[in-house]
Design a protein around this ligand. Sequence first.
Ligand code: ATP
Length: 419
Amino acid sequence: MSETVNLADKIKECLPAELVRLIEAIGAMAAHQDQHLYLVGGAVRDLLLERETFDLDLAVDGDAITLAQLLANITQGRLTVHTRFKTANLRWKEWRTDLTAIRSETYDQPGALPRVKPGSLAGDLFRRDFTINAMAVQLSPGHYGDLVDLYGGLEDLERGFIRVLHEKSFTDDATRIWRALRYEQRLGFQIEPETLGLLNRDIAMLDTISGDRIRHELELVLKESYPEKVFLRADELQVLPRLQPGLKCDSGLSERFEQARQISSPTPPPFSLYLALLTCNLTADQVEQLIVHLKLPRSLSQILRDSCRLNTEIASLATPSLKPSRIYEVLHGYSPSAITATSLAADSPEASRNIHQYLTRLRYIKPALTGEDLKSMGLVPGSRISEILKRLRVARMDGEVSNRQEEERLVREWLRKGA
Ligand code: ATP
């Protein structure tokens, strides 16, 4: 019989003391009600890898909601209960804890959301995506810290393998294909050869997944520190074209992602900028197909449409000594994320310089005179006023005027000439 691995010391080393005390307290509370409590999933993986983790998934072979309520009372954290799924979520300081009743799942058809039933710990772990995510740690007094590793997760973690638990895994839920790539690239692991074979076999199952679920996976990829690694691998394995056949990822896109991080630092680039970079070589029709497929929200869809349209205008920005008002005319009205993506994607340093000028200076330029000022200069309220304000903005951008007096003089001149 293999020796039990105990992670009590690792828990103490890797988690903040406050959280450890809390875990011990819930374990004791559960035991008091004759229930067993386990830490499950990604947190166990991260503990073994000594990586920081802020999300703790706890599973109990009893009533998760009552336990979560007790926990909320102790911590004064924010509790959300999902009665239908018998789960509760507690947010406390910077940590998030999900408490679930140990369960098993069945799938009515491939790609559907699972049906949840009460079950055993072995069943609960078996429904998970990969062996490295299918381990548990006992938190009940007496066995506190004992690792439950029924499917070889520890060995795969040591060998650096992403391995599914059974051969129907990707058929049951093809979002696991994206998850496999994400963990592989994040951890510097390898998809285990047999799992890779299943992935190739089941790649078409990605088409059974709803747009909402695929979009969620894409959001998770874009939250990774280096999403381009996942996209490169997705391109290599023909997973990327399943999102949209025109999508490609190469070293050029990787560089642009890196530049996007540099200009957005210290915060990560917004989702919209990454996505605009990923899609900026698509045709307008392909962008529309992707928007429908992923059910993208309106503002994000607009950004993708903008960056696709701007790409076709980039040539007109690649001219040196372009008048600032002309740069403004081309770029005005487009979303900043689309403009930044176009600038990063542009091969022309001149176009990038012009775009930079627009983003940092031109778009903020306004005339000193207001509509009220123009009225007091004798102009009748109406479209003429907004037209003059626009012309003043152009004059200001192109350096024809630089202060209020010069603007007044110019307006008088226009009025005198009836221009
Ligand atoms: P991350 O570090 O990316 O947050 P995580 O492992 O905590 O990773 P979650 O998406 O929070 O991942 O999911 C928690 C756990 O639920 C996973 O570790 C895994 O065991 C299980 N899980 C999540 N999604 C799936 C899925 N599609 N199929 C099977 N199991 C899943």
